[in-house]
Design a protein around this ligand. Structure first.
Ligand code: ADP
Ligand code: ZN
Length: 519
């Protein structure tokens, strides 16, 4: 019988295993259960494909995406592996042929959509097989409502495992926060499985966050100072912003090209090819750009709008520095990003529970931006890893000193309270600064005791205070009712004066210079 390494070399044409592949394959081929967490591109497929070939019988692969399935099967067939897939696009004739081959023992791998797998007919087919080699569950995070693409059928896979307990199973995913991981263990009955967790760390990525002031100007300064003539990607939230930003960079001497779904196919293709081929192009894009893009020497990924989840952020920023050389993730964000994204989620068509999940992910993203400690640590913690402070992100290089902001925060909270918790940040700041504009006068807020009590800070500094309090859940932004600021229960002890609060330095004191040059 062939061993794993010679299969890798002869069938798949690779000289050696990567990272944990060899261990995982050994374990599963030997009949063990496994949970595999590995970043995208890490080489998960071989972890079940090779055991499938090493073990007698048919291996079943559960996969949620038809396109992905078909790709995999095509690649396997090219390599001479007997593989097939069953999904909504399979005709009854094809399905019969597949069943026939499988019973004959002439099929090694069968990719199946989850809804098919649990049909009575398919279970009957499974029972008729001489032997099942293994169950592989790809994109296993789909089992969890916390995952970004929940598939209810995944939760029923447990039935299968109960019926065939002696068949080894392997679940694989690239994204799993703590809740998702717990769900995978539970629903896929992997409590006793060995867990193979490849680190999500990207040691050559430098993480930097700046407060949004004038995003386009800040972006231009960042590129000019840190990465003149380098290849980079700039992510924006909307198509219009992509066009504006690409144009602005172009007018300022940067070779920038736009990319978004509103452009013609030809134009997008042309820009993508130029980006891949030439050096020093900055691609300004919506998140439509990047899937399957493998350009090793992207030196920076800039976000000029807040990504909606840490998963998005990790994947997008991860497109920098694939060659292992130093690269930067630069993110520019402000309170309005938070408000805008919250509105998009609240106003979207997702069911209530899904909205809650999305809001929680957005909160985690805000946490990354507002943290005063190591950013790498923060990201890794989200993916379930504990790591020491990295010593090389912006916060590690220049630890932001905190200051006692109790009085400042008390002024803000009582001003919000006196205004009836019905006004957005801009209005509250006008009252604090004692600006008797039309809105303030109409509301009679120039008569409040809190009118003009916050003149020691400027508008920018107040925005920074508000952002930090939102990130810490002392304030809430009510997007349904005009983005008004609301106090949360956690405020009480601060208002009463029984608790102190430390904040990061405020905007004007934080004109950070580029830390990049100091590495
Ligand atoms: P994932 O599913 O984790 O995103 P894939 O299984 O699609 O990753 O693998 C990513 C790429 O790496 C594929 O092109 C694959 O052929 C390649 N690859 C996987 N394992 C190896 C290896 N041991 N040596 C070389 N290339 C590999
Ligand atoms: Zn750090």
């Amino acid at each position: 019988m062939q061993d794993a390494l010679s299969l890798l070399q002869t069938t798949f044409g690779y000289p050696a295993f990567r990272g944990m592949q060899a261990d995982i394959i050994d374990h599963v081929a030997g009949g063990g259960n496994a949970l595999v967490l590995m970043p995208t591109g890490g080489g998960k497929s071989l972890c079940y494909q090779i055991p499938a070939l090493l073990r007698p019988g048919l291996a079943l692969v559960v996969s949620p995406l038809i396109a992905l399935m078909q790709d995999q099967v095509a690649t396997l067939r090219e390599a001479g592996v007997a593989a097939a897939c069953l999904n909504s696009a399979t005709t009854p004739d094809e399905a019969r042929a597949i069943a026939h081959f499988a019973r004959e023992g002439a099929l090694d791998l069968l990719y199946v959509a989850p809804e098919r797998l649990l049909s009575p007919r398919f279970l009957e087919f499974l029972a008729s097989l001489p032997q099942i080699a293994l169950f592989a569950v790809d994109e296993a995070h789909c089992v969890s409502q916390w995952g970004h693409d929940f598939r209810p059928e995944y939760q029923q896979l447990g039935q299968l495992f109960q019926r065939w307990p002696q068949v080894p199973r392997i679940a694989l995913t690239a994204t799993a926060d703590a809740e998702t991981r717990a769900d995978m263990l539970h629903f896929l009955q992997l409590q006793d499985a060995r867990q193979f967790v490849t680190s999500f760390d990207r040691p050559n990525l430098f993480y930097q966050v700046v407060e949004k002031d004038s995003a386009k100007k800040q972006l231009l300064a960042f590129i000019e100072n840190d990465f003149p003539a380098a290849s980079g990607i700039v992510y924006c939230l909307s198509r219009k912003r992509v066009d504006d930003t690409a144009q602005w960079l172009g007018e300022n001497g940067i070779r920038a090209l736009p990319y978004h779904a509103g452009m013609s196919h030809e134009e997008r293709d042309r820009n993508q090819r130029t980006f891949l081929r030439d050096d020093g192009i900055v691609m300004v894009a919506t998140i439509a750009f990047g899937m399957g893009i493998d350009k090793p020497d992207v030196r920076f990924v800039a976000h000029i709008d807040l990504p909606k989840s840490p998963e998005n952020f990790y994947q997008e920023s991860g497109r920098a520095g694939r060659d292992g050389l130093p690269a930067t993730s630069w993110l520019c964000y402000g309170l309005n990003d938070m408000v805008q994204l919250t509105q998009m989620i609240e106003g979207g068509d997702s069911p209530a529970q899904q909205k809650q999940v999305e809001l929680t992910k957005l909160d985690a993203m805000l946490g990354y931006c507002e943290t005063a400690s190591c950013r790498r640590q923060q990201i890794l913690a989200y993916f379930g890893e504990t790591a020491p402070a990295c010593g090389q992100c912006d916060n590690c290089l220049r630890p932001p000193a905190t200051f006692d902001a109790t009085t400042v925060v008390q002024k803000l909270l009582s001003c919000i309270y006196r205004c009836g918790q019905r006004y957005p940040a801009g209005h509250i700041i006008d009252v604090l600064l004692g600006r008797p504009n039309q809105h303030v006068q109409q509301a009679g807020h120039d008569q409040l005791s809190t009118f003009g009590i916050g003149k020691e800070l400027n508008q920018k500094a107040w925005r920074s205070v508000i952002r930090q309090l939102v990130a810490r859940k002392l304030l809430q932004v009510d997007v349904v009712r005009g983005q008004s600021l609301l106090l949360t229960d956690a405020c009480r002890s601060i208002l009463k004066g029984t608790e102190q609060i430390e904040l990061r330095p405020l905007a004007e004191a934080r004109q950070r210079q580029s830390v990049h040059g100091e590495r």
